[in-house]
Design a protein around this ligand. Structure first.
Ligand code: COA
Ligand code: ZN
Length: 300
């Protein structure tokens, strides 16, 4: 793939659905995810293998994976521990996304462990899983709702513990949309300069309206992998004030208009976003799904 194009990982099935209070039947989850894949998305974070008490909405993780028409897409599942990693592998996930927060407070609230204990858990997982099948998502990279904004040194120090593991990707997650474009530029520039072998991705939330601007800031510094959720749903249930991921349809539309290829068929994706809105039964934050693409002409 030419260097200027981007790979978008859809996280609707995981970050999106985990925040939904009303039970979404497994068939409806699969319908949405299969619709997303049919529009050309090649990486799908479909669900989480976490405690069903922590996230009841995703207790059907195994059944969801079984119903995905994966075609040639890579299927990813989030895991918080070794046990989840084993479940994910049994269920047929291609990759696992291990989550660990830069914030000690958020990590304890999210996975009930200290950051060091989570790092220990990651080491245990790398003994069982090839590192190139492991993505590390660093929650609250830019700041934490309990601890405030961070400087890049704090993140650098945590990555120092994993830099030699040969992980498939490290995703810098702005869990509650606190980052601004200047901060994203600074973090990505410094981390990619210091760790040129490491593939970094951005996982952005639009909580304060800075999501697309942050994506562009990251793109300009060389980031080519982004997470996003259909219709802009999502958020971490263990972070106060959390709200939607950056919208997959809006991100794809923006890049495509800029001539940056995503491999996604916009009309097909918008159709699935509108269908998901019907299933969820409330107005979704996505904007292109309301207005149509900038190339859609109206009758005079
Ligand atoms: N998948 C399914 N169940 C799991 C599990 C996993 N990966 N890991 C633990 N469990 C179960 C245990 O069997 C136990 O069940 P029981 O109460 O019926 O005996 C229960 O969860 C608690 O297990 P324990 O090891 O004591 O974990 P804990 O209470 O310290 O919770 C986590 C730790 C990590 C399991 C839990 O906090 C969690 O799942 N967090 C995920 C949070 C999340 O998804 N956040 C959003 C994404 S960023
Ligand atoms: Zn998120």
């Amino acid at each position: 793939m030419p260097d200027l194009d981007v790979v978008l990982t859809d996280v609707t099935g995981r970050d999106g659905f985990q925040m939904e209070k009303e039970w979404i039947p497994t068939d409806r989850k699969a319908e949405v995810l299969n619709g997303i894949l049919a529009s050309g998305v090649k990486r799908l974070e479909a669900t989480s293998f976490v405690s069903p008490k922590a996230v009841p909405q995703l207790k059907d993780a195994k059944e969801v994976l079984a119903r995905i028409d994966r075609q040639d897409a890579e299927i990813i599942a989030l895991v918080p521990n070794l046990r989840g990693a084993e479940f994910a592998r049994e269920a047929g996930a291609d990759k696992i996304n291990f989550v660990l927060s830069i914030s000690e407070t958020h990590n304890r609230k999210n996975v009930r462990r200290s950051v060091d204990e989570s790092l220990e858990q990651l080491r245990d997982i790398t003994e069982v899983f090839p590192p190139d099948q492991i993505i590390l998502s660093l929650g609250t990279t830019f700041g934490c709702p309990f601890e405030g904004l961070y400087a890049v040194d704090k993140v650098h120090a945590v990555i120092g513990n994993v830099a030699d593991m040969g992980l498939s990707q490290i995703t810098l997650c702005d869990t509650t949309g606190m980052a601004n474009p200047k901060q994203v530029t600074e973090f990505v520039r410094r981390l990619s300069a210091d760790l040129p072998e490491q593939r970094f991705a951005l996982h952005l939330h639009n909580t304060r309206g800075m999501g697309l601007a942050n994506a562009i800031a990251g793109y300009q510094e060389g980031i080519r992998h982004f997470d996003a959720a259909l219709g802009g749903i999502g958020g971490c249930p263990f972070a106060p004030g959390a709200s939607g991921n950056v919208t997959l349809d809006d991100v794809a539309h923006m890049f495509e208009l800029m001539g940056v290829k995503t491999g996604i068929d916009m009309e097909s994706l918008i159709g699935t976003a509108r269908r998901m809105q019907e299933i969820l039964g409330y107005e979704l934050p996505g904007q292109v799904m309301k207005a149509g693409t900038a190339k859609t002409l109206h009758p005079v």
